[in-house]
Design a protein around this ligand. Structure first.
Ligand code: G3I
Length: 372
């Protein structure tokens, strides 16, 4: 395929994506979307077939609903590895939002004191922009994936406060204009709602949360800044505590713009209070996003368990559709080929909408039917 043809197809693709406000204008979308996956002048790989010949990509349906549908991916091997072509093609075809699964974390971008390394994250951003996808930054301040130079160092409280602010400033400024939202603080609370003991809280106390949001806002006033956590999807002790925390932050004028509910569920485990919980955070003037959705089933999965999983995916997407402030749902990966789940929850997996061969599952069909 010539470079001119590729460029023309890419332009057509972007025009369709930016202009599509309903399914009616999108009948020819599959071919154009496939071209979106082409990131160079080399011949693009043939994309996996769409789920069926009369379907649209999820991103087209989501766009028509005013929502974004995203997935997490890594530059390391998921975008460039042996089956990267398939990964890229489906990702670009189906999703309009990308979260780096690991490439923007502290240890990845700040491997030595004062040394910043953006190779992986930059390539993800370039991929997203070439395919008309937005990028969610993940994550600036977390207790995991911290480099040993930081955790093993000897510091004063003031040192740590300055390093926290400098890290945020450097990273957010680097991606300014390319990242629409940041998970600024990730998983700061325990399940009982108390402050988690961590490198950050042990040096700085609870105040590090406010410091982080303020620093991020200074570095990019246009990015929407999220507090992100797990087990806060339903109304419970932990989400009550997050609610009280963000309410207090808002009252003090701290620039928090959204709540990220991760959504790492076990099948049949979607809380019945999900929508109610989203609504109370929305009433604080916050965006609410499902940021890391996956729904694990016991392995080996069966048609019954995958159908139950599909019902759960439908519930989560339905709750988001019902709440205006919920503008995005991101799954943590999209293919069962690459998921953190089996390595952490032994005997569990198959948590995503595509199977390990990139074939869509009942979960995909459930999402599709709901969005259509
Ligand atoms: O990069 C190294 C690679 O060089 C090495 O060869 C390989 C050997 O194991 O490890 C690679 O690093 C791994 C990294 O993922 C990249 O694949 C780490 O060991 C592994 O711990 C790391 O796991 C990530 C985990 O966060 C870290 O806690 C998962 O991929 C990622 O999905 C997971 O994501 C978190 C969110 O950020 C926050 N919410 C929970 C979610 C699931 O735990």
């Amino acid at each position: 395929m010539s470079r001119a043809v590729i460029l023309h197809a890419r332009r057509a693709c972007r025009d369709l994506l930016s202009g599509a406000r309903g399914a009616a204008g999108c009948l020819a979308i599959a071919g154009a979307l496939a071209a979106c996956g082409a990131d160079s002048a080399t011949t693009p790989p043939p994309p996996p077939p769409p789920p069926s010949s009369d379907t649209f990509a999820l991103r087209i349906l989501a766009d028509a609903r005013g929502k974004r549908v995203g997935a997490a991916g890594d530059a390391g091997f998921r975008l460039t590895g042996s089956d990267g072509n398939q990964f890229r093609s489906v990702l670009a075809r189906e999703y309009n939002l990308l979260t780096p699964e690991n490439d923007m974390k502290f240890d990845h971008v700040h491997p030595a004191q004062g040394t910043f390394r953006y190779t992986g994250a930059d390539s993800l951003v370039a991929f997203a922009e070439a395919n008309n996808m937005k990028v969610r930054g993940h994550t600036l301040v977390w207790h995991q994936q911290l480099p040993s130079w930081l955790t093993n160092g000897t510091w004063t409280q003031n040192d740590v406060s300055l390093m926290l602010q400098d890290h945020i400033k450097q990273v957010v400024e680097h991606f300014k204009g390319h990242v629409v939202a940041w998970d600024v603080v990730n998983e700061a609370l325990n399940d009982d709602g108390t402050l988690r003991s961590s490198f950050w809280s042990n040096y700085l106390g609870r105040g590090y949360i406010e410091t982080a949001f303020t620093a991020a806002h200074l570095a990019d006033p246009d990015a929407v800044l999220f507090y992100n956590d797990y087990n806060i999807e339903g109304v419970n002790q932990k989400s009550d505590s997050v609610y009280a925390m963000v309410q207090a932050l808002k009252l003090r004028g701290v620039p928090i713009g959204g709540i990220g509910m991760q959504g790492h569920f076990q099948v049949n485990g979607v809380p019945s209070t999900l929508q109610q919980n989203m609504e109370r955070f929305a009433a604080l003037g916050l965006k609410v996003e499902i940021t890391e959705l996956d729904i694990r089933v016991s392995l080996p999965s069966t048609s019954a368990s995958l159908n139950a999983q599909a019902d759960d995916y439908r519930k989560v997407f339905q709750a988001c559709l019902n709440v205006n402030a919920c503008d995005a749902i991101i799954t943590w990966g999209f293919t069962d080929r690459f998921s953190w789940v089996p390595s952490v929850f032994s005997g569990w997996g198959d948590a995503l909408p595509f199977d390990a061969a990139y074939v869509h599952k009942p979960a995909y069909t459930a999402i599709y039917s709901l969005l259509k």
